[in-house]
Write a protein that binds this ligand. Structure first.
Ligand SMILES: *[C@@H]1O[C@H](CO)[C@@H](O)[C@H](O)[C@H]1NC(C)=O
Ligand SMILES: *[C@@H]1O[C@H](CO)[C@@H](O)[C@H](O)[C@H]1NC(C)=O
Ligand SMILES: *[C@@H]1O[C@H](CO)[C@@H](O)[C@H](O)[C@H]1NC(C)=O
Length: 479
């Protein structure tokens, strides 16, 4: 079975009516963005627009997410750690009869008194019914950029405009999404604050990119490297179009622009997390530490790299409070605005990477201060995806993209790893035997978090959702 992730390309347009002083907020959620996939980490990339925005804003160098997309997006939209809301296990499979709990009020619903993405087996799970004014994109994951077909557990077409199916075309999906984002901005009355979540589908997993971007790297001989670099440049182009629209519309000076991702790259498939360790679905830094920056005239301190801790679970609270609305009192997210805007020390000194206590292969990790503890299986998508010790585990080698491993051994499934992330961001030196007390301290803290864990419901794969039952289109209406 391939590793795919529920990708919901959502465009959110939300109007907050209470005050006229709120900024426009544009949240870019890149998909499977490796540490090595941005110009400020990899100088070989042609990415002029993002490089300039990042340089003029604040780059967050210790910005964390969950190991896979469904948990990350759950944390983003709810402000809760996924292990508290039953979304800690892997990711939603296309035929899984489940979705983000309807009891949870999510970011767009809250701003509107304000997105999307988690499950589609019934209409109630769809973005339009959960606070988004509009939606344009795919409900499944791993959608091909040209055919818009998804083939996990069934083969079907998947591209919607709100609830309707978009007519088939061979236009590049990421370009169509960027065009819609531009249209939303151009049609927006600029006096009302806009909240736009742009899940741009890039870099993603499909090794597909228009030739014009490949041509930028005609000097690169390795086909895979060239295609990947080209996708990163296509991402830059999408951002450029959106920023131009915001400028044309006279909204840019009042826009807080946030650039982040759901998780790191699937190293052996499409992308590179070098020099960080690990691939998508793992508890390692390569999958969970994500290139992130903020840009906007409302930031008081800019043009620097901020090394304070920030986590995707914090964005919901930060955005909602900035918009003048209120969040639930028991959420895990923290208001990071003073850290983002003024560079004050982060209120966050620890976070949970995830806790997935499933019977087959449990795994969990926590960071407290400079230290990180990983227990159990660091590969949280076992056995859907087996790590390939040659490309997924260390991801090292001579070429930043086609790294060859220095570990010929299969990855162990029950580890106790203690790393000092500040001294050893590449997680090469396991200190568990050197500092057993530190191990116990972090294990204890993890157990404290565990007290609030709610086990996920059993995964039910329902063939009723197969697109053959819906005219070849992935659709709701089967749970
Ligand atoms: C692991 O990667 C190597 C080299 O890329 C490849 O030959 C092999 O088929 C892969 N194994 C698995 C299980 O994916
Ligand atoms: C993993 O190893 C620890 C000891 O390091 C042990 O207590 C635990 O039972 C093991 N778990 C599994 C699932 O094998
Ligand atoms: C960002 O983090 C990396 C990895 O920890 C570190 O090597 C680098 O010095 C940091 N960059 C800055 C500018 O602080």
């Amino acid at each position: 079975m391939r590793l795919t992730c529920l990708v919901l390309v959502a465009l959110v347009c939300v109007i907050v009516v209470e005050s006229d002083k709120q900024p426009h907020i544009v949240l870019i959620l890149a998909e499977d963005l490796g540490w090595n996939a941005v110009g400020w980490h990899n100088p070989d990339l042609k990415m002029p627009i993002l490089n300039q925005l990042a340089a003029d804003g604040v780059i967050f160098n210790q910005s964390y997410v969950q190991p896979t997309c469904t948990p990350s997006r759950s944390a983003l939209f709810t402000g809760y750690y996924p292990f508290k809301i039953q979304r800690q296990h892997q990711f939603l499979l296309n035929l899984e009869a489940d979705g983000l709990s309807l009891d949870l009020k999510i970011l767009p619903e809250m701003l509107k008194d304000v997105g999307w993405n988690l499950g589609f087996c019934k209409e109630e799970y769809l973005p339009n019914q959960r606070g988004f004014d509009s939606f344009y994109g795919s409900l499944t994951s791993g959608t091909s950029f040209y055919s818009k077909q998804t083939s996990e557990l069934g083969l079907g077409y998947d591209f919607r405009d709100n609830t309707g199916v978009v007519q088939e075309s061979d236009t590049y999906l990421p370009s169509m999404l960027a065009e819609r984002a531009v249209d939303i901005v151009m049609g927006h009355y600029k006096e009302y604050p806009l909240f736009l979540e742009f899940s741009m589908a890039l870099p993603g997993k499909a090794l597909e990119v228009p030739q014009e971007y490949e041509d930028l790297y005609s000097d690169i001989e390795n086909d895979r490297t060239r295609t990947l670099y080209a996708k990163f440049s296509a991402m830059d182009n999408s951002i450029g179009r959106l920023v131009d629209a915001l400028k044309t519309r006279g909204m840019w000076d009042d826009t807080l622009f946030i650039f982040t991702s759901d998780n790191g790259a699937a190293a052996s498939i499409s992308g590179s997390n070098w020099p960080l360790r690990g691939t998508i679905g793992t508890l390692f830094e390569g999958c969970t530490r994500i290139p992130t920056f903020f840009h906007g005239s409302m930031l008081k301190k800019t043009g620097y790299v901020n090394n304070e801790l920030i986590h995707i679970v914090d964005l919901q609270k930060t955005i909602i409070e900035l918009a003048g609305a209120k969040t639930e009192s028991d959420i895990d997210g923290m208001d990071m605005w003073k850290t983002i805007s003024k560079g004050e020390p982060s209120p966050r000194t620890e976070f949970v990477y995830n806790i997935d206590d499933n019977e087959l292969s449990p795994g969990a990790a926590i960071r407290v201060g400079d230290y990180k503890l990983i227990t159990g299986n660091p590969n949280l998508v076992y056995p859907l995806r087996l790590l390939n010790s040659s490309a997924d585990w260390w991801n090292y080698g001579d070429d930043p993209i086609t790294r060859i491993p220095n570990s010929p051994l299969p990855p162990p499934a029950n580890v106790t790893y203690l790393f000092n992330i500040i001294d050893d961001p590449e997680e090469r030196n396991n200190l568990a035997e050197v500092y057993p007390n530190k191990v116990e301290e972090l294990r204890h803290r993890l157990d404290e978090y565990r007290e609030n864990l709610v086990p996920p419901v059993d995964r039910i794969i329902d063939p009723a959702g197969n697109p053959v039952n819906f005219g070849g289109v992935w659709s709701p209406g089967w749970c």
